[in-house]
Design a binder for this molecule. Structure first.
Ligand SMILES: NC(=O)c1ccc[n+]([C@@H]2O[C@H](COP(=O)([O-])OP(=O)(O)OC[C@H]3O[C@@H](n4cnc5c(N)ncnc54)[C@H](OP(=O)(O)O)[C@@H]3O)[C@@H](O)[C@H]2O)c1
Length: 251
């Protein structure tokens, strides 16, 4: 089984991100997992988990603060001692359901806020971690391409799918994730020669603060599926828009 030794996950204090951290630790027992959060007050579960697991490092990061990325990378580099990272999961996401739902409600600042978190941050953080992803891939060059080498998971949504859009609305969320999908496809082509795979992924409709209580699956079911997709990630699925259940999503 491919095992990512060093992992970075954003938005790890609640919802899908917190469950990703829990299952990544159980399944892979990584050497290091760096999990970001913003506010200690709503991150108690993550901080408690970090106090119980020496390999889990909770790191404060608002993903809009791109000027903090260099310090984050330096911190990861010194802890991992030149091993690089094998898996970057850009999970932080924002969906303002109160605004930007209809064309008449469009607000420029709100649209930009969606773009900052859902599109620009995953792109810029991937750029920032590129040297460490390259190191991770090179250091494990005897392994097949995938999470045993270096991979980036961009947590997207089928609301970013053009082909699957039958209801309209939610402009900010939809277009920022559609743009993320294109960026992810681009990266999958650009980074393949460096031994780094990239996929955008729809995690399902998940019972979290964002997904709401009517959602169809639990975070446990969602993340079990995501880890299976990651384990099976290879050159053939690189750049494909995947779903948590292993099927392909519609672009
Ligand atoms: N739930 C679903 O049904 C569903 C469906 C499709 C896609 N997704 C995607 O799955 C991902 C996780 O969603 P979720 O359901 O777990 O949502 P959630 O429970 O609302 O959690 C969102 C996460 O993103 C973090 N975040 C938001 N703004 C941030 C910022 N500026 N900087 C750093 N972190 C920030 C939040 O941190 P704070 O606690 O600090 O706000 C939180 O950790 C998102 O990318 C979302 O778009 C979810």
């Amino acid at each position: 089984m491919a095992r990512p030794k060093n992992i970075v996950v954003t938005g790890a204090n609640r919802g899908i991100g917190l469950e990703l951290v829990k299952q990544l630790i159980t399944k892979f027992n990584p050497d290091n997992i760096f999990a970001t959060y913003r506010d200690p007050e709503n991150s108690k579960d993550l901080l408690q988990l970090a106090s119980q697991n020496g390999n889990l490092h909770a790191v404060i990061l608002d993903v809009r603060d791109t000027d903090k990325y260099a310090d984050f990378v330096t911190n990861v580099e010194s802890t991992t001692q030149g091993a690089g990272i094998n898996l970057l999961i850009n999970n932080s996401g924002f969906f303002n359901k109160e605004n930007n739902t209809s064309l008449s409600q469009l607000d420029k600042a709100d649209l930009m806020y969606h773009f900052e978190i859902n599109t620009l941050a995953p792109m810029m953080l991937t750029k920032a971690f590129l040297p460490l992803l390259e190191k991770g891939s090179k250091a494990n060059g005897s392994q097949p391409l995938g999470i045993g080498r270096a991979a980036v998971l961009q947590v997207s949504t089928n609301m970013g799918s053009i082909g699957d859009n039958t209801s309209g609305g939610a402009y900010g969320y939809r277009i920022s994730k559609t743009a993320l999908n294109q960026a992810s496809k681009n990266m999958s082509l650009d980074l393949l020669p460096k031994g780094i795979l990239v996929i955008p992924l729809h995690p399902g409709w998940v019972k979290t603060d964002m997904g709401g209580s009517n959602a169809l699956i639990t975070t446990e079911e969602c993340v079990t599926g995501i880890l299976s997709v990651l384990e099976n990630l290879n050159e053939d699925t690189n750049g494909h828009f995947m779903r948590f259940d292993g099927k392909e999503a519609l672009w």
